[in-house]
Design a binder for this molecule. Structure first.
Ligand code: UDP
Ligand code: MG
Length: 320
């Protein structure tokens, strides 16, 4: 196979503190690989400015002006979130010459020295290669527990995801074309790629500390992403709601039946009516009802945004 044209897709949101370093580092990775004849000399960085409010875009513009062949970019009109930025980065490559792309964060947390391994796997014929974290030592205990439970719940609900795979991945042109067929608004990329690739190759990498700047993800954002992942890939929670309803109805039927039997045969097994038990039972049922309504609401919310079919992102400027 000829040396592939590689595009490094980098989502950027308020990354002024680290971006210049990242651009320099990734450019030198590209030129190393070009010298070793692993990739084509036409390879380039493709930055996606996700509506940054700081100097991120001026840094990108400056770099593009100095080196337009290597630094290309698009900029959104406002912030659309990390998933949409990565998606746009891949889809908008259709206007450029490329054979494969690798999505990598702007904070250099993912080991950029592994890019060569990704390309190797691509050359061996894999159109989709996942980067999987070796460990999560830098994550807080809560984040570790949440991440682990998320993968467990997802798999239990029948929506398979690859544990510890984040958004560091290589995607070949063919797979990008397949991805463009997925028109959903609330896109959960890790789930979609699981459907796209039969047997993705894996590259293990170490997670580094953020070089500079702050994480853009709060626990709330991660929780929202998890709910989006579950509700856009599995309807099992809705079925659980139905089963819970059936189970509770059956229990109340038994309770009613026992009350009738008690009356008929004058038994006094259940005739110690305690206030606490009644309140407990009522609040338990109430809690389950609210939870069930919440689950239905989540799906309704998904349908609501999908039905409106608004654009997933709006590109303001293209630096090509
Ligand atoms: N990001 C983005 N839009 C957002 C939030 C984040 O494009 O609304 C980018 C961010 O610039 C970074 C990547 O997504 O390149 C991952 O974000 P971050 O490092 O803050 O996440 P963490 O590593 O803490 O999970
Ligand atoms: Mg990060």
């Amino acid at each position: 196979m000829q040396n592939p044209v590689l595009a490094l897709v980098i989502p950027c949101y308020n990354e002024e503190e680290v971006l210049q370093k990242t651009i320099d580092r990734l450019c030198s990775v590209l030129s190393e690989l070009e010298q070793k004849q692993e990739i084509s000399e036409k390879s380039f960085l493709f930055l996606v400015n996700d509506g940054s409010k700081d100097k991120t875009f001026s840094i990108i513009e400056e770099n593009h002006k100095n080196n337009p062949q290597k630094i290309k970019a698009i900029s959104f009109v406002r912030n659309f979130g990390n998933q949409k930025a990565i998606l746009a980065g891949m889809l908008e490559l259709k206007n450029f010459e490329f054979d494969c792309c690798i999505t990598i964060d702007a904070d250099l947390q993912q080991d950029e020295n592994k890019i060569s391994e990704f390309v190797q796997k691509f050359k061996e014929g894999n159109d989709l290669v996942y980067g999987v974290k070796n460990d999560r030592n830098d994550d807080s205990v809560i984040k570790k527990i949440c991440a682990l439970s998320f993968y467990k719940v997802m798999n239990l609900l029948g929506a398979k995801t690859c544990p510890n795979h984040s958004e560091y991945r290589l995607v070949g042109r063919k797979t990008v074309e397949a991805l463009s067929e997925y028109s959903e608004h609330n896109i959960f990329l890790r789930g979609v790629f699981q459907e796209l690739g039969n047997n993705p190759a894996i590259v293990y990498y170490d997670v580094k500390k953020r070089e500079a700047g702050k994480s853009k993800f709060s626990m709330f954002d991660l929780f929202s992403l998890a709910i989006q992942g579950i509700t856009s890939f599995s309807t099992v929670p809705l079925r659980l709601v139905t089963f819970t309803g059936i189970l509770i109805s059956f229990c109340s039927f038994l309770l009613g039946l026992s009350a009738i039997l008690e009356k008929l045969f004058n038994l006094s097994v259940l005739t110690v009516p305690g206030w606490a038990t009644i309140v407990a039972a009522i609040s338990f049922i109430g809690g389950i009802q609210i939870l069930c309504i919440g689950i239905i609401g989540e799906y309704l919310g998904q349908i609501f945004t999908e039905v409106k079919a608004r654009p997933r992102y709006i590109v303001d400027k293209v630096l090509d």
